[in-house]
Design a protein around this ligand. Structure first.
Ligand code: PRP
Ligand code: URA
Length: 209
């Protein structure tokens, strides 16, 4: 069974409150999502391996550490996942970015991939899949399956808010994928929205309705 990490850091919780607030406008919403993603990336990358190097300081030679050549990739689920990418890139500027887009077929209700462009060496990379909302879990579970079909072997899922149902779905389908969230909310409503959640993440990020 995969692990679920809920970040209780005060800065993350504080910013999440303003992200939830219906009075928060598009500009501030976008900035806050980026900031929270950056703070979450700090924790998500905690297990990156280090190697020792020598570095000459102005005083002497120090034995110090650098990240041991790990290849990382960020894969936002279009479109709302895009809002988390720049925050992560601030901490990991060399990461490659793939994109995956899904829509739900109105008849079968199954997720259909409409766009996918990934780094060519996807099987060698540790991927962080981003999406602010893990609601029914259908989109994230399908996106992860599509990534695995293309060879991805190491995947973490990073969301702002999850529902218990969404977590259960991803854990059932992908027991190798750990999930990182800022909050787990109460439930889903009849329209598949997270309650209390933050509303429609894509619309709030991009100012659409
Ligand atoms: C939202 C959200 C997730 C999905 C979550 O995207 O960003 O991708 O819904 O719902 P699920 O867990 O029930 O699948 P949406 O489909 O609204 O598209 P958008 O990002 O283009 O707004
Ligand atoms: N997608 C959203 O943007 N918000 C939700 O609460 C559920 C799905």
């Amino acid at each position: 069974m995969s692990k679920v990490y809920v970040f209780d850091h005060p800065l993350i919780q504080h910013k999440l409150t303003y992200i939830r607030d219906e009075k928060t406008g598009t500009k501030e919403f976008r900035e806050l999502v980026e900031e929270v993603a950056m703070l979450m990336a700090y924790e998500v990358t905690r297990d990156l391996p280090l190697e020792e190097v020598s570095v000459k300081t102005p005083v002497a030679t120090a034995t110090s550490k650098v990240i041991a050549g790990k290849k990382l990739g960020i894969v936002p689920i279009l479109r709302a996942g895009l809002g988390m990418v720049d925050g992560i890139l601030k901490l990991i500027p060399a990461a490659k970015v793939g994109h995956i887009g899904l829509y739900r077929d109105p008849e079968t209700l199954k997720p259909v991939e409409y766009y996918c462009k990934l780094p060519s060496d996807v099987e060698e990379r540790d991927l962080i899949v981003t999406d602010p909302m893990l609601a029914t879990g259908g989109s994230a579970a399908a996106a992860i399956s599509f990534l695995k079909e293309r060879g991805a072997r190491s995947i973490k899922l990073m969301c702002l808010i999850a529902s218990p149902e969404g977590i259960e779905t991803v854990q059932k389908e992908h027991e190798d994928v750990d999930i990182y969230v800022a909050a787990i909310d109460e439930r889903l409503n009849d329209h598949g929205y997270i309650v209390p959640g933050l509303g429609d993440a894509g619309d709030r990020l991009f100012g659409t309705k």
